[in-house]
Write a protein that binds this ligand. Structure first.
Ligand code: SF4
Ligand code: SF4
Length: 476
């Protein structure tokens, strides 16, 4: 908080004791009616959100070689990111990918603040650029909305406007739920629900209904509560932001002391004319002049609004602008601090490890282990065998021909159990489990544990080399 900022309320830090969305007296929800924003940044955000929404809604239909570009099937633990499939066996790699993403978000937030919230978060985009615009269309600007709200439900105007708006809200929520589920189970599964009907896919139908209702509640009822109370990223801002992070900030040096500029009386006043337009336009109901607050989602509506006031006052733009606290207080710009540099080093290391793991990731993964509880078996009078279990996973979308070969020692042979062919034919996303014997003539056994090497080839390409010990009795 800026110490030299004049406060509207009874005590200097009064705004810290309550949030704008809760009535201090009753504890009830204070419904926010933000004034319709307009300005350069709002126009920019509108176009940017149109592009993002087009991407989000068309995403499930985008495919590479017949497979989705993005699939996050949590139930089956099957993930496809930019066309690269990740199976349950890739869990450590996937976990590292997610961790790297989280660190990236932290670095980004430390330097650029909540740019994500204002410009790219699906919650803000859908809320401000879809649902709110529909609300303005049917119910008008803030004042008009308040008037309609005050009407009785018996009023045909309220009934028609609210009824139409909420029907469209629910249809949009249904569309968003379909898109969301398409990212989870794939668009082809969702198409089956449409063609075969709910009876054949009851689980999906229930999930779709639940998500539609949840999205409706989120966008029609909860709104800014999601950003202020529910979103963990929003709640962690206090940890991530520092005085050098770029935020939507009020220039209190230039703006204070605030006041209505009257003729011949403006000399001692700052540029803020205390018009409250920045407050009226705020979708989270805060006064940015109190300083950086967790409720601020950096939507930039107050920047546009204040710039318009400044233009009318023939003053320069930017009384509210993107700036760090240090920039406002001392005029110094320090984008990279020790803290952000340290995060960047950690991020660079993680990206390095991740890239290495992704580049060296094999198309086929084989796990070969000695069958537990078995040392060796006498196959014939002169041959001894060791039994092994194997599991071969095809991580690609194409068929793989896998072969396990013995490299050493000489004379060691491999015989599959219950399988004629030693070649394993794996279809896409396929797992084959089985057993084989390693067999050696007793006359070649020189020691109890003979080092042995096996190699796994897929489509003729070496995938893995396995070192083991062949266990057998030494003949004396
Ligand atoms: S819009 Fe600008 S001038 Fe008006 S109250 Fe807000 S900061 Fe002050
Ligand atoms: S303070 Fe400004 S940027 Fe922050 S949420 Fe309110 S209007 Fe948006």
């Amino acid at each position: 908080m800026h110490n030299n900022v004049q406060q509207d309320s009874q005590t200097p830090n009064h705004f810290r004791d309550a949030i704008g969305v809760v009535d201090e007296r009753t504890g009830n929800r204070n419904w926010i009616y933000p004034k319709k924003p307009k300005g350069k940044l709002y126009t920019g955000r509108t176009w940017f959100s149109i592009a993002l929404m087009a991407l989000m809604f068309s995403g499930p239909f985008m495919k590479i070689n017949g497979h989705p570009v993005l699939l996050l099937n949590i139930l089956e633990r099957k993930f496809i990111i930019f066309g690269i499939p990740f199976w349950p066996q890739d869990l450590p790699l996937f976990a590292l990918l997610m961790l790297t993403f989280v660190v990236f978000i932290i670095v980004f937030t430390v330097v650029f603040g909540r740019v994500w919230c204002g410009w790219a978060c699906p919650q803000t985009i859908f809320m401000e650029m879809l649902f709110r615009k529909i609300e303005y269309f049917f119910e008008g600007d803030a004042k008009e909305q308040k008037r309609i709200n005050a009407l009785k439900w018996s009023s045909s105007e309220k009934l028609t406007k609210r009824g139409t708006k909420n029907t469209i809200f629910f249809l949009l929520s249904f569309l968003i739920a379909n898109t969301f589920l398409s990212y989870l189970v794939g668009v082809d599964e969702m198409k089956k629900l449409v063609t075969h009907g709910p009876d054949a896919h009851m689980g999906q139908f229930i999930a779709l209904t639940i998500f539609s209702v949840v999205f409706y509640i989120v966008f029609a009822k909860m709104r800014e509560i999601v950003c202020i109370v529910v979103c963990p990223y929003g709640r962690l801002q206090g940890l991530m932001l520092d005085k050098n992070s770029i935020v939507v900030a009020y220039d209190f040096i230039r703006g204070e002391p605030r006041g209505q500029h009257k003729r011949n009386e403006s000399d001692h006043l700052g540029d803020c004319v205390d018009c409250h337009r920045c407050v009226h336009v705020c979708p989270t109901g805060i006064d940015i002049r109190n300083g950086t607050q967790l409720e601020c989602v950096n939507c930039t509506a107050c920047i546009d609004e204040c710039d318009d006031v400044m233009e009318r006052m023939h003053k320069p733009h930017g009384l509210i602008r993107y700036a760090s606290q240090e920039e406002i207080a001392k005029g110094s710009v320090k984008r990279i601090t020790f803290r952000s540099a340290a995060y960047m080093v950690v991020l660079a290391c993680m990206i390095g490890v991740l890239s290495y793991l992704l580049i060296t990731r094999k198309d086929v993964e084989a796990v070969i282990l000695r069958t537990p509880g078995m040392l060796f078996q006498n196959q014939t009078d002169h041959e001894v065998s060791n039994m092994y279990n194997f599991e071969v996973v095809n991580k690609t979308f194409s068929g793989q021909q896998v072969e396990i070969k013995v490299v050493s020692p000489e004379h060691l042979t491999l015989k599959m159990v219950d399988r004629e062919e030693s070649l394993l034919q794996l279809k896409e996303d396929d797992i084959i489990k089985g057993s084989f014997f390693l067999i050696l003539d007793k006359k070649y056994i020189q020691e109890n544990n003979t080092p042995a090497t096996l190699r796994v080839y897929s489509n003729g390409v070496l995938m893995d080399e396995i070192k083991t010990n062949f266990v057998g009795p030494v003949l004396h």
